[in-house]
Design a protein around this ligand. Sequence first.
Ligand SMILES: *Cc1c(COP(=O)(O)O)cnc(C)c1O
Length: 490
Amino acid sequence: MFIETRGNDKTRASEVEFSYAIMNPSASFGGLYVPAFLPKIDLEFLKEATKKSYKELTLDVLKLFKIDIKESVLKEAIDLYDKFDNPNEPVPLAKIKDDLFVNELYHGPTRAFKDMALQPFGHILSHLAKEQNQDYLILAATSGDTGPATLESFSNRPNIKVACLYPNGGTSDVQRLQMVTVDGKNLKVIGIEGNFDDAQSALKSLLASQTFKDELEKSDIKLSAANSVNFGRIIFQIVYHIYAYVSLLKQNEINLGDKFYQIVPSGNFGNALGAYYAKKMGLPIEKILIASNINNILTDLITKGEYDLRDRKLLLTTSPAMDILISSNVERVLFDKFGAKRTKELMDELKQNSVYKLSKEELNELQEDFSAIWCDDSFAKETIKEFANGGYVMDPHTATCLKAYNELKEKELACVMCSTAEWTKFAPTMLNAIKEDDKRYSDKEALEEISKELKVKIPQSISSLFEKEITHKDVVKKEDIESNILGFIK
Ligand SMILES: *Cc1c(COP(=O)(O)O)cnc(C)c1O
């Protein structure tokens, strides 16, 4: 069963099933749904997992949660990993130093780790909608990778419409093209004049708006969301952290029971939350190291116990998927550690005063699981160049992990860093890094030049974007989002 991070307001059930939580992701007082209990995995489970494929492990982990989705549906959902580069190994683990490994999470259709969760999640959600014979509008707000992955996953699925909000000018060209060229009559893509936090807060207020819901009701449509506030995504994000450990075992890099560090380049904290749940379930993680860019609010939270938005403005960086100040999934960690009453108190403070502070004891508890550090764009670029020279190409988000590897690792243990996107999504930044210049390259020329220089392939799904017709042209002001979406519905 699933319960609420800010407690129950008595207008809805205090415990709900998984299917309800993913179809109706906003809980009492603006909170989120979380599992009432976390299943355990032990060393025997991990040992058995070395004999299994990624897909088999995923099914095993999902079954531990005893969710109300039929096994046959789960299997169909998991089979969507067949769309990845190598269906037998959708998530390869690469070794780049003696003790440093890269969990390559980007081999799916839209070349970012969002596919890991959104591919299977899309199938489950549309299955439920069809079963209920109910139409749903799925809202997504994106800083660049969630949008394409959501649209890909839901394109032409029955009973589902998608409205996707992206910050106009806040994404790479490839990311924008992945969205504005999609086909699928059930999809609507809207650029907004604002940044990602604006897109996300527009989404949250639409989800909470009774008038918006009433309007949808007239067309017999219900509302849901595909952001990582939806637990249906988080559950799939637990699995690849476990699988990384299994891969280390299979490659004889560690012995069963050894601990390891998990480094996560973080924005909305969904990926990191997956690692946290995996650790609580029993995966031998020494610590989760949170990497940020100069939007380093998570570093402040984890090192000082302060979440302070007062003197902050969102800064644009070369790792745009991490340009976030309101990191939604932190709330689930707060709930897990400090309970619903305290979580509501902290979230209310953030809303009213734009700041909350943890007590010393609370900070200590947080630091038992997490360490954090940030780096600037020039560090990321130097890292990209250094590794490219050594034969490994990583994207600007992944590169932020090296700062954590250099400075936060206290013990001689294996380190796994999550690679969250393929370099092809951020080619101009890659070329700037490699040439040590700051020219403004187009995505197309940068892709071609890097491909030639570093002898790496551009997948067909990326190179074909430049020939496609742009079918979604709307760019609107924040206050016009609602009417734009209602126009699409009608
Ligand atoms: C979404 C994203 C992130 C941030 O992940 P969260 O789960 O939101 O913390 C990091 N890197 C890339 C490339 C992403 O697309």
